[in-house]
Write a protein that binds this ligand. Structure first.
Ligand code: PLP
Length: 376
């Protein structure tokens, strides 16, 4: 009989900067007497991130949600925007906060991303953009999405919250669409405790975003439009500068953990694991399984509850779907018959604990528990 873990195993564990290095950064900030308002740490972080993501124009924000809300303003989106229901609440909410109606598009069975064959039928004269999500860091069908956007004159705003460091055929994930948003929340693979970034193709869009994150103030006295407070502070920017040095090794470690999970779960009937895609540099930001009750014997919810008894805190990402939230469930596009795959997948998925410092024997034990639960 397997014993429960002595301490809870959470879905992830944040990267932490080296404390001595952090102290050195704090000394610099203390000496500068500047804690916020686009100081040297923020400027340095934007430079470092631009280099890492191979993009010319990048701005950081206090969180990813504010960044998304401001991206909608920068692109002057209105009316309806086509997005996915299989995502975190912030995706649809950032549209709603701009008085834009989210229109939900069904997803693909394997990638969990928006099914590009379903986008065109959702376009109306009110549609202004497509807002896809690279779910769990798996790239969307970026070429097809751009083709559709070009054909109908739509903007493309990527929620790339999960996709930091991902590359497609050697190109940075930030290369696609008009704007991409990255979240730097502590639960994400790379973080600034709270934070986020936008990448742009157009330098004037960066300029507008920089003004919008600072109340709409342009240059000292000129207030152009109603902005908000979306500034990142110097201490968090310093965390970001230090953690950027750890990202590559974090991705490498997570890759090993992911491959161990895949190997150990391969022979468990009814447990479907993710695969790597040719030409993609993955970031291994999440390890997600699908539980097929017909094969496994237990439903996703039953497995989740059983794992809790063993002190394994898995997460049902993404359940419920955004289209089933109280605030969106009455939209025509939210109806279950329009989103069959999303509703099916949302009832099957389970994210298991994953981070770069995870012990191999913990992974082995989690997999042994999943097998033992199946045998009953
Ligand atoms: C985390 C996340 C966000 C929001 O980011 P915050 O930085 O927490 O505001 C948006 N979209 C997706 C898909 C996310 O996972």
């Amino acid at each position: 009989m397997l014993e429960p873990f002595a301490k809870p195993l959470y879905i992830t564990q944040p990267l932490l900067p080296d404390m001595d290095e952090m102290n050195e950064m704090l000394k610099v900030i203390w000496a500068s007497k500047q804690l916020s308002n686009n100081g040297n740490m923020v400027k340095q972080l934007e430079k470092d991130l631009s280099a890492y993501l191979n993009t010319d124009f990048l701005s950081v924000f206090s969180n990813g949600t504010v960044a998304l809300q401001l991206a909608c303003k920068v692109l002057r989106l209105s009316g309806e925007v086509i997005t996915t229901p299989f995502t975190f609440a912030a995706t649809a909410h950032s549209l709603a906060w701009n008085n834009i109606k989210p229109v939900f598009c069904d997803i693909e069975e394997d990638s969990f991303n928006m099914n590009t064959d379903r986008i065109e039928s959702l376009i109306t004269q009110n549609t202004t953009a497509i807002m896809p999500v690279h779910v769990f860091g798996y790239p969307c069908n970026v070429e097809k999405i751009q083709q559709i956007a070009d054909k109908y004159g739509l903007k493309v705003l990527y929620d790339a919250a999960h996709a930091f460091g991902v590359k497609v055929n050697g190109k940075s994930i930030a290369d696609f669409g008009d704007i991409s948003m990255f979240s730097f929340h502590a639960t994400k693979i790379y973080h600034t405790i709270e934070g986020g970034a936008l990448t742009f193709k157009d330098p004037y869009q960066k300029e507008r975003a920089d003004s919008l994150r600072n109340f709409g103030i342009r240059n000292g006295e000129n207030v152009m439009e109603p902005g908000t407070n979306g500034k990142l502070n110097e201490i968090q920017a310093a965390v970001g500068i230090l953690l950027l040095k750890q990202v590559e090794s974090e991705i490498e470690s997570r890759k090993e953990i992911t491959n161990l999970y895949r190997q150990l779960l391969k022979e468990v009937p009814g447990i479907i694991t993710s695969k790597d895609i040719d030409g993609v540099d993955h970031n291994y930001s999440y390890f997600v399984i699908r539980v097929d009750k017909a094969g496994y014997g237990l439903s996703r919810d039953e497995l989740y509850d059983k794992l809790l008894e063993y002190n394994v805190i898995a997460r049902k990402y993404f359940y419920p779907l955004c289209s089933n939230f109280q605030c969106y469930k009455d939209f025509p596009s939210s109806q279950k018959e329009n989103l069959p795959i999303a509703n099916k997948i949302s009832d099957m998925v389970l994210s298991l604990p994953l981070h770069g410092r995870m012990q191999k024997n913990d992974v082995e034990k989690i997999c042994a528990i999943i097998k033992a639960i199946q045998k009953g």
